[in-house]
Write a protein that binds this ligand. Structure first.
Ligand code: CA
Length: 231
């Protein structure tokens, strides 16, 4: 999941990025409304943490413009203002939620999870494909009840596949989702990660869930009932 942090208080901005990165998100940060706009044109985000009082363009104006352009990326307002009128304004403009500063990071993370799962119509933090279960809160993956240890990037890639079950994702989409703007690497990386991930998930002769679509990308699918264990 890729998150954009828009916050002009430098220390808070860096802290938010650190907390979100540690929780497994891919994070970009910016410090004013115009910079935020440029980021939003350049990448697809799963959520935006948006401060209200920002240089160049305030959070309300930015959100209003985004929604007018048909961009429905979920927005969580971070605001020092706690008057009812301000909260109502943010929600009426199309914000999904708000947090009044100062806030606890556990609450922030819970709200980010809620905001991003609402978008995919998901009510819990657990996703499943066949006997594979991915828990985004615990950052844990099991197959047939057995835990599969994954590296953070492997988990993020699997999460992206699972959230887009049955959809073929290209190398470029995966790169865009998993690596932020600060990263400069080669696309071979994605291939390497996918091949290791497949070994961990689909090794040991289990039903194949992750499929390579040659020249296009990868997809995770429910197991084919005609293959494997079922009569
Ligand atoms: Ca501010």
């Amino acid at each position: 999941m890729r998150i954009l942090v828009v916050e002009d208080e430098r220390d808070l901005n860096l802290l938010l990025r650190k907390v979100l990165t540690k929780a497994g998100y891919t994070v970009d940060g910016c410090f004013d409304g115009e910079e935020a706009q440029a980021h939003l044109l350049g990448a697809a985000y799963d959520g935006i943490l948006l401060d209200v009082m920002l240089p160049k363009k305030d959070g309300y104006t930015l959100l209003q413009e985004l929604r007018a352009q048909g961009n429905d990326t979920p927005v969580l307002f971070l605001t020092a203002r706690d008057s009812v009128a301000d909260r109502v304004t943010g929600l009426d403009l199309g914000g999904d939620d708000y947090l009044v500063k100062p806030f606890a990071f556990e609450e922030l993370l819970a709200r980010v999870r809620a905001m991003t799962r609402k978008r995919v119509g998901q009510r819990t933090n657990r996703f499943s494909v066949g006997d594979l279960v991915l828990d985004t809160e615990r950052r844990q993956v099991t197959r047939g009840g057995r835990e599969i240890p994954l590296l953070p990037k492997e988990f993020s890639i699997l999460e992206y596949l699972v959230r887009n079950k049955e959809k073929v994702l290209s190398r470029e989409q995966i790169e865009d989702q998993i690596w932020n703007y600060d990263y400069a690497g080669s696309s071979n990386n994605v291939d390497g990660y996918l091949s290791r991930l497949r070994k961990k998930i689909d090794g040991d002769g289990q039903d194949k869930l992750i499929h390579t679509i040659r020249g296009i990308g990868w997809v995770i699918r429910e197991p084919d009932p005609d293959q494997g264990g079922r009569p």
